[in-house]
Design a protein around this ligand. Structure first.
Ligand code: CTP
Ligand SMILES: C[C@](O)(CO)[C@H](O)COP(=O)(O)O
Length: 241
């Protein structure tokens, strides 16, 4: 038997969002962002298990939260969840979740709790691309703005060809052995901002598949305003979230 696990790094503070609870626990439509993200993963057809990396002092609270929302134990159409303690960096949080995975897991998705509105179609598309043979798969969307490289003084060094650029989202999908090797080879003092970056450092090819605008990351206060609007539109359309 082979399984697909979704790892959810959720141990960040959310400094850029401003003061308050850890970002994953802040409310979106009255429900913590983490609950939205875990529900999307746990109800996706391709996911068999969800592992959340919670804030170190909040593991018990996250277990209780997932139980309250019927996301801890397996039920029809809902994969079970586990909670582990996260670390100092996102990379560390993912690494801690990886070591807790059961032996049967051969495909791993890594998905930010901070991307609560990820559509299930995107989750299943990334899983399918790994199952089809890719070692590493990331969703990406075209860049809307003109992108310039600047020097330390703010002077423009170059205007980049945005046609060749993609803004990379999660879930990112990997063959388990590839992701584990990439984390083992990584430098903890120079953490990567995404898991694919670690895989690229190994020289392994990473495939980009079309992302989804609704999989955006809640990073700054304006993102929360947008997330509330998207969620309200979904609820008005009768889409449960
Ligand atoms: N030590 C950390 C840091 C981040 N994350 C998670 O990684 C995801 C993406 O990180 P980001 O959006 O940058 O979250 P924060 O680190 O919380 O944000 P900030 O940099 O604004 O503090 C989030 O789901 C966050 O909870 C984590 O699990 N462990
Ligand atoms: C993993 C990620 O969401 C892909 O875009 C992103 O790199 C996380 O970066 P952050 O600086 O931790 O928000």
């Amino acid at each position: 038997m082979t399984l697909t696990a979704a790892v959810v790094p959720a141990a960040g503070r959310g400094e850029r969002l401003g003061p308050g609870a850890p970002k994953a626990l802040r409310l979106l439509g009255g429900v913590p962002m983490l609950v939205h993200a875990v529900r999307a993963l746990a109800t996706a057809r391709s996911v068999d298990l969800v592992v959340v990396a919670a804030p170190e002092d909040g593991v018990g609270d996250v277990v209780a939260l997932l139980a309250e929302h019927n996301l801890l134990d397996a039920s029809p159409g809902v994969a079970p969840s586990m909670v582990v303690s996260g670390g100092e960096t996102r990379q560390d949080s993912v690494a801690r979740a990886l070591v807790s995975l059961p032996a049967e897991v051969d495909v791993v998705l890594v998905h930010d709790a901070a991307r609560p509105l990820v559509p299930s179609t995107l989750i299943d598309a990334v899983s399918a691309a790994v199952r089809a043979g890719a070692d590493a798969v990331v969703p990406g969307i075209p860049v809307a703005d003109t992108i310039k490289a600047v020097d330390a003084d703010g002077g423009v060094v170059a205007t980049l060809d945005r046609g060749a650029l993609r803004a990379i989202q999660t879930p990112q999908g990997f063959r388990r052995t590839v992701l584990t090797s990439a984390h083992a080879a990584s430098d903890p003092d120079a953490p990567a901002t995404d898991d694919a970056g670690l895989v690229e450092a190994l020289g392994v090819e990473v495939l980009v598949v079309p992302g989804d605008e609704e999989a955006f990351k809640v990073t700054r206060p304006i993102d929360l305003v947008l997330a509330e609007a998207v969620l309200a539109r979904r609820r008005a359309a009768g889409v449960v979230s």
